[in-house]
Design a binder for this molecule. Structure first.
Ligand code: UGA
Length: 441
């Protein structure tokens, strides 16, 4: 059992802290945000994450997990301090390291013995080396810095933490034993441990997210091509993804990637390359493709609407199983429509994300509804932008009865197209066969 302090209770910090207590460590999750800590102390979650609350309650009861807004006291006496604070991009697209630096300063000031400092925040290459130098110069104790990027997907984060594909540890060698104790149960399960130097571990995180984003951008381009050529997208995905060298994951076409990680990490990687004077045109285009996709979808929706029409939007979060709307393709598409078509009315429904959506898309522009049918009432077009299960269960006949025109545009390819067509809908779905393939000259 190790005494672990996690600084930062966002998605990464909170999930890591709770799961590490589940692995048997004694964990304090600390955050300077007093409200958040109060919420957690009342056994409530500030975020939506499946399975997290249950583990939190279990480990608080077992006295392995606690929450504190007293950073100084939380750091005191820890064996391992995990930095898991945010690194938002600034106006120039560079990672803000203000919060990470603040943690390092607090550790230098308040650590009461030798300690391993684990950086889980996604940070530019070289950051951990810099923190090591800083702590060497300022702390009275031996502070050893390790980079330990996380690969948790929002909505699946608890499962991903408890069942990792691999553990990446960037260290100069000194933190190895302690990290092995932290993740000892994984070593016993046979999970592979990848030891590297700190800079390489930092780059592994950016490269992994950028590769996945590139896969999504790639399949989105292929889906447009497939549609125009009259091909079967399902078979295409099966055919491509069955090649073990490619794999089936991240080959679902949609309205583009979003969230707090992919867009930010691809941008940060471009900036890191610029700073190093390295050309990365392929990666640069991943972002461009993604932005173009949202313009393309907004244009396609707009072409079906007339002044005074109602547009129904089903789904606002950047993917299902989260309440997160940061960099959501749905929000980007809605912003374009709000700007370009001021005379239409937008009605929206999302099972989890409306509270957050309202903060970025105020209700003077979007009417938030209680369910999909309410959002579609009187609408000329319904567009599905997030792959929520509940949208797969929509009853086409009932939906048709409330809409002005039975037209549905499924940007996630989740509905039963035949069922909707049979019910009299004009169906358009991203990637899926148009009735007449375009002529190839
Ligand atoms: C991503 C990575 O998957 C995690 O490994 C990483 O730890 C995390 O970022 C992070 O850096 O913290 P996340 O942002 O939660 O996780 O979301 P993903 O499930 O990866 O999806 C990202 C975006 O790609 C979403 O907008 C999703 O809709 C889109 N996507 C994903 C597709 O359009 N098609 C796919 O086939 C897969």
């Amino acid at each position: 059992m190790l005494r672990v302090t996690v600084l930062g209770t966002g998605y990464v910090g909170l999930v890591s802290g709770v799961c590490l207590s589940e692995l048997g460590h004694r964990v304090i999750c600390a955050d300077k945000d007093k409200e958040k800590i109060k919420t957690l102390q009342q056994a409530k979650l500030p975020i939506h994450e499946d399975g997290l609350l249950c583990l939190l309650k279990k480990n608080v009861s077992a006295n392995r997990l606690s929450f504190s807004s007293n950073i100084e006291a939380s750091i005191h006496d820890s064996d391992i301090i995990i930095i898991a604070v945010g690194t938002p991009l600034d106006a120039d697209g560079n990672c803000t390291l203000e919060y990470v630096n603040d943690c390092a300063a607090k550790i230098a000031m308040h650590a009461s013995k030798d300690v391993v400092v684990v950086v889980k925040s996604t940070v530019p290459v070289g950051t951990c080396d810099r923190i090591q130098n800083y702590l060497d110069e300022t702390s009275h104790f031996n502070c050893v810095v390790a980079s330990n990027p996380e690969f948790l997907r929002e909505g699946n984060a608890v499962h991903d933490f408890m069942n990792p594909d691999r553990i990446v540890i960037g260290t100069d060698g000194r933190a190895k034993d302690c990290m092995l104790r932290l993740y000892g149960s994984y070593a016993m399960k046979g999970v592979s441990f990848i030891y590297a130097d700190r800079r390489t571990a930092e780059l592994i995180k950016y490269a992994s997210n950028t590769f996945l984003a590139m896969k999504v951008a790639f399949i989105n381009e292929i889906s447009d091509l497939s549609q125009r050529a009259g091909c079967d997208m399902q078979k295409l995905i099966e055919g491509i993804g069955s090649d073990k060298r490619i794999g089936p994951a991240f080959l679902k076409p949609g309205p583009g990637f979003g969230g707090s990680c992919f867009p930010k990490d691809v941008k940060a990687l471009i900036n890191i390359s610029d700073a190093l004077g390295v050309e990365i045109p392929l990666i640069r285009n991943v972002l461009h493709t993604n932005v173009m996709r949202q313009h393309h979808i907004a244009k396609a929706i707009k072409s079906k609407l007339h002044d005074g029409d109602v547009l129904a939007v089903l789904g606002l979060t950047y993917k299902a199983h989260t309440d997160d709307v940061r960099e959501s393709p749905a929000a980007a598409i809605l912003r374009l429509l709000i700007n370009d078509c001021p005379s239409i009315t937008i009605k929206a429904f999302d099972p989890c994300g409306m509270r957050n959506a309202e903060k970025i898309l105020p209700s003077k522009h979007v009417t938030y509804c209680g369910d999909a049918y309410e959002a579609c009432t009187g609408a000329s077009v319904a567009v599905i932008l997030t792959e929520w299960e509940c949208f797969k269960e929509i009853n086409p006949a009932l939906l048709k009865s409330v809409m002005k025109h039975p037209r549905i545009y499924d940007c996630r390819g989740i509905i039963d197209r035949e069922k909707f067509s049979k019910a009299g809908f004009h169906v358009r779905a991203i990637g899926y066969k148009a009735k007449e393939p375009a002529a190839i000259s």
